[in-house]
Design a protein around this ligand. Structure first.
Ligand code: FE2
Length: 284
């Protein structure tokens, strides 16, 4: 099984509107990440752009539609399309979410949470075993941004992820913004969550922006909206995390209200500077 091997540098989510700016000059970016579902056609401009990017940069393919947490079998056709895509571009990493997004023939445009029980753990491990067997590569599983907790859950999320990584050999994608969003929504301390997180399995980190609103009772409610720069509390969590773990590929996601390329690149460069500072202090 091919292991996930992204360079320990900062990366950026690739948006087609940035292509012309990106190819003008070498960018201070170690890798780009794309959403798998945007490249499931056979050709056209999306693939022409991705093939060009792939010549110069490492690549992470990030799926949003596999519904790993589904009660049902995985969609074999979707998995086949993912294999075709991975075989075509040989990405350094393939990742998906600890979530579900389809049931029967209904596809929901959202990543929905699931209860953490022995039963869901077994099902998700079976699904990950299947994905890794079909793709012939290690996959990474991303912690979710959640807005509710299930009373049925009997296992803490960090333990659930640790058990999945141990049973399947998959790696983890630690989304620090998701940690901050979920912890705020559930009135918990994000630093406590990160202290419990199985960092030895982390092969990639995500950073992104979120929006702030309030719920029916006036309590703070954060939405994982990917439509702003990375916010200061998330930078602080990231910086403290990077200071205590081995360096790991760190990606800035920006999917809505996408700015000009230099604005996204600035956040990626900030992540890169934090990675380099941590490497320097470790060497010293
Ligand atoms: Fe993410």
């Amino acid at each position: 099984m091919k292991q996930s091997l992204l360079p320990c540098r900062a990366g950026a989510g690739f948006k087609p509107e940035h292509f012309a700016s990106i190819i003008q000059a070498p960018q201070p970016i170690g890798f780009f990440e794309v959403h798998a579902e945007n490249y499931m056609g056979a050709g056209g401009p999306p693939h022409a752009q991705l093939a060009k990017l792939r010549e110069d940069y490492a690549l992470s393919i990030h799926g949003v539609g596999l519904s790993i947490g589904s009660m049902q079998d995985l969609d074999a056709d979707h998995l086949k399309r993912l294999k075709t895509l991975c075989d075509r571009y040989e990405p350094q990493s393939f990742s998906e979410h600890l979530a579900w997004s389809s049931h029967d023939s209904v596809f929901l445009n959202d990543l929905l949470p699931l209860p953490y029980t022995g039963e869901t753990l077994t099902r998700i491990c079976d699904h990950i075993d299947q994905v890794q067997a079909v793709l012939g590569r290690q996959m990474l599983l991303e912690n979710p941004a959640t807005y509710l907790l299930f009373t049925e859950s009997t296992i803490e999320e960090t333990e659930f992820l640790r058990a999945i990584a141990r049973r399947t050999g998959c790696g983890l994608l630690l989304d620090v913004n998701n940690v901050f969003v979920a912890a705020t929504n559930h009135n918990m301390d994000p630093a406590d969550y990160l202290a419990r997180f199985p960092v030895e399995s982390v092969r990639e980190i995500h950073l992104s922006g979120h929006s702030e609103t309030t719920d029916d009772r006036g309590a703070a409610l954060l939405i994982d909206s990917h439509d702003t720069p990375v916010k200061d509390p998330v930078w602080t969590l990231y910086e403290r995390l990077i200071a205590r773990i081995d360096p790991v590929a760190s990606l800035v996601e920006w999917d809505n209200d996408v700015p000009e390329w230099p604005v996204l690149r600035r956040d990626a460069e900030r992540a890169g500077a934090i990675l380099e500072a941590a490497a320097r202090s470790r060497a010293a």
